[in-house]
Design a protein around this ligand. Structure first.
Ligand code: AHM
Ligand code: MG
Length: 329
């Protein structure tokens, strides 16, 4: 007997039918899945084709190297356009908001097609992160930039690992694995573990002395309780977190010996990095806050490439550091 696995598309179709939703979201997700698979293919074959170098390099065939992040951007925009469902997109790879289908579209997509770029030359995991919001169907659409709480879904591919994770509004966070036929299959609901024994802490330790004193103090008091892991690609670190629990943080840099290198706003981008993992984390029972200790999902972006500090993970741990950040505990 052949053992068949449920595919992502079948899972989503059932989800849409159960909630009396239209198929527009399926069409959009089909496009995003196609982009994810195509980027995965390019990444896996990249070292041999010479695509993992930096732009300006020449590959072994004597051709100009196209940077992987440019390739991933081109692929994603192609599929978003052909879906016919996207009003406009915001991408880390494009300075401006990208108008796609302002009249007929239904969704806004915020994405980073190649996050964790320092891993690219090594072929190590990177992420394709995306958040989706819907056009205002009741009144006039002002096209404003949405806070994470207004996303209807957010997800990530961990490439080339072959996993795809999607948070659906009020319907959980689900993980899928790529199979031999390049289908994402076997939906598994992700729920952060309550038991701290598997929890891990994840932050760039070399930045540690540049964090606010209260954050440094919190780390000193708490780090010995947990294992430490850091991959340098948010999607990969967050992927571990979803199974093991704990906290990933990219705090504000406020005490750098060279003040020009301070990043009081943090490093990660709100719309297509922090809000994306915060959304998936909420749907898996966790939470995320900013340097001010307020929920990431509540932050209304003022500009599309806005940055924020990020503390995301198991509720108890994030609530604990949030009290410190708000100076209330
Ligand atoms: P990128 O968009 O330039 O790749 O930067 C985002 C990445 C995240 O994936 C990762 O968590 C973080 O930056 C790592 O930064 P650092 O090298 O400063 O630790
Ligand atoms: Mg990025």
């Amino acid at each position: 007997m052949i053992r068949f696995e449920q595919t992502f598309m079948n899972f989503l179709l059932q989800h849409q039918e159960k909630h009396n939703r239209t198929y527009h979201f399926l069409v959009l997700m089909d496009a995003i899945i196609s982009a994810g698979k195509y980027i995965q293919h390019y990444y896996l074959t990249g070292a041999l084709k010479g695509n993992l170098g930096s732009a300006g390099d020449i590959n072994v065939q004597g051709e100009d190297v196209m940077r992987m992040d440019q390739i991933a951007q081109e692929i994603t925009l192609h599929y978003l356009k052909t879906s016919g469902r996207v009003i406009h997109a915001v991408s880390e790879e494009s300075e401006e908001i990208i108008q796609i289908n302002p009249d007929g579209g239904r969704y806004f997509v915020y994405f980073d097609p190649m996050d964790g770029s320092s891993n690219i030359p090594h072929g190590l995991p990177i992420g394709f992160l995306f958040g989706i919001a819907k056009r205002n169907l009741e009144g006039p659409e002002d096209g404003h930039l949405r806070a994470g709480k207004d996303y209807i879904a957010a997800g990530m591919f961990v490439i080339p690992t072959g996993t795809f994770t999607l948070g659906l509004k009020d319907a959980g966070t689900w993980q899928f694995h790529i199979d031999e036929t390049m289908n994402f299959v076997r939906p598994t609901q992700m729920v952060l573990p309550e038991d701290p024994k598997s929890w891990e802490l994840s932050f760039n330790a070399s930045n540690r002395t540049t964090y606010a004193e209260r954050v440094q103090k919190w780390i000193t008091e708490n780090e010995s309780k947990y294992a430490f892991r850091y991959l340098g690609a948010l999607a990969g670190d967050f992927h571990r977190l979803l199974t093991n629990g704990g906290m990933f943080m990219y705090p504000a840099i406020v005490n750098h010996p060279n003040p020009k290198k301070n990043r009081p706003e943090g490093k990660l981008r709100l719309m297509y990095e922090s809000s994306v993992v915060a959304f998936m984390c909420r749907e898996a029972g966790g939470m995320a806050v900013s340097e001010a200790g307020i929920p990431i999902l509540e932050i209304q972006p003022g500009k599309h490439h806005q940055r924020t500090a990020l503390y995301v993970g198991s509720k108890k741990l994030v609530e604990d550091i949030a009290r410190v950040l708000r100076n209330t505990g």
